[in-house]
Design a protein around this ligand. Structure first.
Ligand code: PLP
Length: 511
C-alpha cells in the first residue's frame, strides 16, 4: 500500500510515470478535440448524473489508463467544447497553446504565489505582468495589483479597497471636526453607482461588503446600453443631497450582454469632480489593451482608480486568469494582514515581495505563467489581432441579422456580442416571441448543433451570441441562424396549429 501510494508522488523517482501519464492524458484530449464535431452532445443532467453517481470512489482503478477511459464517459464525451466554432454562448474563449503549456508547467511545479518563500521567480514574473498590464492601461508609476481568480473577485477586491478608502477619508474628516465615525453608522450610507448593464458581481460584492440592500444604484443607459453621463451626474448630486456617500462609480468597459463600453472620459471627469473612486470593469473589454487597431475604445481607462481585467475572457487564456489593478499601489494595504507564521511585518520592512500582502487569497495559483508564456511565444499583438477578428465578426453578424426580416437585432456591439431575437410575423404568432426564442435556444443546445446564450432585454427573451473564436466564420453564424429560425418557426406553427407543410407562418428569407 505504502509503495503503491508513493509511486504516484511527483518526484525525481517518478518522472517516467509523470511523463507517461500526462502524455496519455494529452493524447486523449487531442484525439477528442480532433474528433469533436459539435460543441455539445446535448446530454441532460438526468442522463449524466447516474453515470457519475454509479462510480464507487472507495474502489480506485489504480491504472491511469482505466481512469481516463472512465473519464471519457463521465466528462470528455459530453463536455461543452469552447474551441468549437459553433459554441457561441458565454464569455468563454478558445485557449492558446502557449497558455496550456504554462498551465502544465505551473501545476507541476505548483508554486504558491502568497509568499516569496513559496514561489521565488513566480512572484517576480507576476509582478512584471502586473506592471505590464498597468502600463498598457496607463495607470502611472505608482500602480500595482495582483492576479485573482476571476472578474468577480477582482471587482470585489476593488470595491473593498474603495470602501476602505471612503471610510478612511470620512473618518479623517470626522476626526478633524472633533468627532468620531463608527463603521456601523457609515456602511448603510454607502452607495455604488453602476449602469443598468453592469455585471451582477457588483451587487454581490456590495452584499459581501456589508452594505445596505439598496447600496447599488443603477444608472440609466442610452440606446447603445452605455451609461448616460447626465444620469450619472444626477445620481451623484442626489446622493450628495441625501447625505449618502458614493464610495465608487463602476464603469463597464465591455458589458457582458451588449459589449458596450461606458463613456470613460466623461465618467472620469464626473468622478474627479465629485471626488469619487472610479472602478473600470474591463473583465471583457481588456482584450482591447492588446488590440493593434482598437485600443482607443478604452481611452479614459487610464484615469481609473482600479481596473478589473479577465485574461480568461479576451486574452485567450484558460480559466482562471484575472487581475485587479490600482492606480495607487498603497491602497492594497487594506488587504494586508501580517501573520507571524507566513508574512510577518518584518518581511515587508525587508522588502521581501510577499504577494499575499496584496491579495484576499492566501494559497494562490501561478496563473500569471500562462500569460507570460503567451506573451513570450506569441506576443501581445497576436493576441490583440485575434480579438480584433472576433470584434469584426460580430459587426458582420450584426449586419447579417439587420438584413434578415426573421430577426430583430438590438444594438451594434463595440465588442463581440450580438443580442437578437426571432420575431414571428405580425399576427397572433407575435405573442409567442418570448416562448419561441426560449424554445429555439433550448432546442439548438439539445441537438448539440450549436450553443447560444440568452438574456432578457426590456423584459423580453432574446438570444445572444458571444463571439470569441476567430475560427467562427460568417457561414457558421448564418447556419446557426437558419437552425434557430427553423426551431422557433416550427414552435410558433405548432402553437398556432399550422401544419408543417402549409407553413404560412414561416418567414421566407428575403433575397
Ligand atoms: C465575466 C464578467 C465578470 C465576472 O468575471 P468572472 O471571471 O466570471 O468572475 C465581471 N464583469 C464583467 C463585465 C464580465 O463580463
Amino acid at each position: 500500500m505504502t509503495f503503491q501510494g508513493r509511486s504516484h508522488l511527483f518526484n525525481d523517482r517518478n518522472v517516467d510515470h509523470y511523463r507517461r501519464s500526462l502524455t496519455d492524458g494529452v493524447t486523449r484530449v487531442a484525439t477528442r478535440i480532433a474528433r469533436t464535431e459539435r460543441p455539445f452532445t446535448g446530454v441532460t443532467p438526468d442522463e449524466l448524473a447516474p453515470e457519475i453517481a454509479g462510480i464507487d470512489l472507495e474502489r480506485p482503478l489504480s491504472d491511469p489508463a482505466a481512469a481516463l477511459d472512465e473519464l471519457e464517459n463521465v466528462y470528455l464525451r459530453d463536455a461543452v467544447y469552447f474551441h468549437h466554432p459553433r459554441y457561441l454562448a458565454h464569455l468563454n474563449c478558445p485557449v492558446v497553446i502557449p497558455a496550456l503549456l504554462g498551465e502544465a508547467v505551473l501545476t507541476a511545479v505548483n508554486s504558491s504565489l502568497d509568499t516569496w518563500d513559496q514561489s521565488a521567480g513566480g512572484t517576480l514574473i507576476e509582478r512584471r505582468l502586473i506592471d505590464w498590464t498597468a502600463g498598457r492601461i496607463g495607470l502611472g508609476e505608482a500602480a500595482d495589483g495582483v492576479f485573482t481568480s476571476g472578474g468577480s473577485q477582482s471587482n470585489f477586491q476593488a470595491l473593498l479597497l474603495a470602501r476602505e478608502e471612503a471610510f478612511a477619508r470620512a473618518a479623517a474628516a470626522a476626526a478633524y471636526a472633533g468627532t468620531t465615525l463608527s463603521k456601523h453608522d457609515f456602511l448603510p450610507r454607502l452607495r455604488i453607482l453602476a449602469s443598468e448593464a453592469g455585471h451582477f458581481s457588483v451587487q454581490k460584492s456590495a452584499k459581501m461588503l456589508g452594505l445596505g440592500m439598496d447600496a447599488v444604484v443603477t444608472v440609466e443607459t442610452d440606446k447603445d446600453r452605455r451609461m448616460r453621463p447626465a444620469a450619472l451626474a444626477r445620481e451623484l448630486e442626489r446622493c450628495r443631497a441625501e447625505d449618502l456617500v458614493v464610495m465608487a462609480v463602476v464603469a463597464t468597459a465591455g458589458t457582458t450582454d451588449f459589449g458596450s463600453i461606458d463613456p470613460l472620459p466623461r465618467i472620469a471627469d464626473l468622478c474627479a469632480w465629485a471626488g469619487v473612486w472610479l472602478h473600470v470593469d474591463a473583465a471583457y473589454g481588456c482584450g482591447l489593451l492588446a488590440s493593434p487597431t482598437r485600443r482607443h475604445l478604452l481611452d479614459g481607462i487610464e484615469r481609473a482608480d482600479s481596473v478589473t481585467v479577465d485574461f480568461h475572457k479576451s486574452f485567450f487564456q484558460p480559466v482562471s486568469s484575472s487581475a485587479v489593478l490600482v492606480r495607487d499601489g498603497s491602497v492594497l494595504r487594506h488587504a494586508t494582514y501580517y501573520a507571524d507564521y507566513l508574512n510577518p511585518a518584518r518581511m515587508a520592512e525587508q522588502r521581501i515581495p510577499n504577494q499575499v500582502d496584496k491579495s484576499i487569497q492566501t494559497t494562490r495559483r501561478f496563473d500569471a505563467l500562462k500569460l507570460w508564456l503567451t506573451l513570450r511565444i506569441m506576443g501581445a499583438d497576436a493576441i490583440g489581432a485575434l480579438f480584433d477578428e472576433v470584434v469584426d465578426r460580430a459587426a458582420q453578424a450584426h449586419d447579417l441579422l439587420a438584413d434578415d426580416p426573421r430577426f430583430e437585432v438590438v444594438t451594434k456591439s463595440q465588442l463581440s456580442t450580438v443580442v437578437f431575437r426571432y420575431l414571428p410575423p405580425a399576427g397572433p404568432g407575435r405573442e409567442l416571441a418570448d416562448d419561441a426564442n426560449l424554445h429555439a435556444r433550448e432546442a439548438i443546445a439539445a441537438s448539440g448543433d450549436a450553443v447560444v446564450a440568452g438574456t432578457k432585454v426590456d423584459g423580453h427573451h432574446y438570444l445572444k451570441f458571444t463571439l470569441l473564436n476567430p475560427e467562427t466564420s460568417l457561414d457558421d453564424i448564418a447556419h446557426v441562424l437558419e437552425l434557430l429560425a427553423e426551431h422557433a418557426g416550427r414552435f410558433v406553427n405548432k402553437k398556432l396549429g399550422v401544419t408543417e407543410n402549409s407553413g404560412p407562418e414561416l418567414h421566407r428569407k428575403a433575397g
